[in-house]
Design a protein around this ligand. Structure first.
Ligand SMILES: [Zn+2]
Length: 296
């Protein structure tokens, strides 16, 4: 039995990141996304060399730009997940607009690879109040956007309510697995420069120290843990960063872990953790230990 799992996940955003999230009309900024095609070919070669299956989240807009590349991702045995239409932030969308984003994403991935994804990751890991209900409605197996654990999957909740004046109200656990990511295991904050927003690229060795430190902690302290790294071909795919990622993969391989797609992790979690039993075992996720609201 491996000591844990590594999920190498990549958001192949292409130009959609700059058009959707950054609302850019700047051809130079948008060209950063185009570099993702170069980075992708390097990453696929790296994954092939190390026989490491991975997960790629692809916006519909990117799937229309590069259907052949998205097909290559799937043909090489990697998972392709849903990542919206044009990298729009769901938190800013009305319900009907968010539904349309899902539909357009499905249609584009169906056109590119003829598959319906079972996993979802939102742009910038943001949710609207409707996102979980919409994910359930479409029958997704898992999401990878929320962060209530670091190295263990969990079940999401629906119907939470909060305010600045009343105690937190826990909603109901739902049959939707979360495989949590984190900003600390993402290449965007340390490696991409955005004027006025990001401080500028760190050295690859500094980033490796961050990422490897989390991995070493998991292996030492979290049996059966899942290490979920999020990279983008347009950021990690440049020069020395790919070399650093390969060094990290080699370090991980020496530690007896399995490289898995997120859907494999989510399927196993569901099989090993029936919802009702999991609810009983996780009182802090259900609010079972919270002070009940005052009567009347
Ligand atoms: Zn993205």
């Amino acid at each position: 039995m491996p000591k844990g799992s590594v999920c190498l996940s990549f958001d192949f955003d292409g130009m959609s990141l700059w058009i959707g999230s950054f609302q850019s009309n700047n051809p130079s900024m948008i060209s950063r996304g185009e570099f993702g095609t170069i980075g992708l070919s390097r990453l696929l070669a790296l994954l092939r060399k190390h026989e490491a299956p991975a997960t790629f989240f692809v916006p519909g807009h990117t799937a229309h730009c590069y259907p052949d590349l998205v097909k290559q991702i799937a043909d090489e045995g990697h998972e392709v997940g849903h990542h919206g239409w044009v990298h729009e932030n769901p938190a800013k969308l009305e319900r009907a607009a968010e539904l349309e984003v899902f539909e357009r994403g499905f249609e584009a991935l169906d056109h590119a690879i003829g598959q319906r994804p079972v996993g979802y990751r939102s742009a910038a890991w943001d949710f609207s109040p409707n996102s979980i209900e919409i994910l359930l409605g479409f029958g997704f197996l898992y999401d990878s956007s929320c962060m209530a654990n670091d190295f263990y999957p969990y079940y999401l909740r629906q119907g939470d309510r909060w305010s600045t004046t009343e105690p937190y109200v826990f909603g109901s656990i739902v049959d939707l697995v979360e495989v949590p990511p984190s900003w600390g295991l993402d290449d965007f904050p340390p490696l991409e420069y955005v004027w006025g927003a990001n401080g500028g690229p760190m050295t690859p060795s500094h980033v490796r120290e961050l990422w490897q430190g989390e991995f070493d902690y998991m292996v030492a302290n979290c049996p059966g843990g899942v290490y979920n790294l999020t990279c983008h071909p347009q950021f990690i795919g440049r020069g020395a960063r790919i070399t650093m990622l390969e060094q990290l993969i080699e370090h991980m391989k020496a530690a007896d872990v399995a490289f898995e797609r997120l859907r494999d992790v989510a399927e196993r979690f569901k099989k090993e953790n029936p919802v009702e039993a999991w609810i009983k075992a996780n009182p802090h996720r259900t609010g079972a230990t919270a002070r009940p609201p005052a009567a009347g």
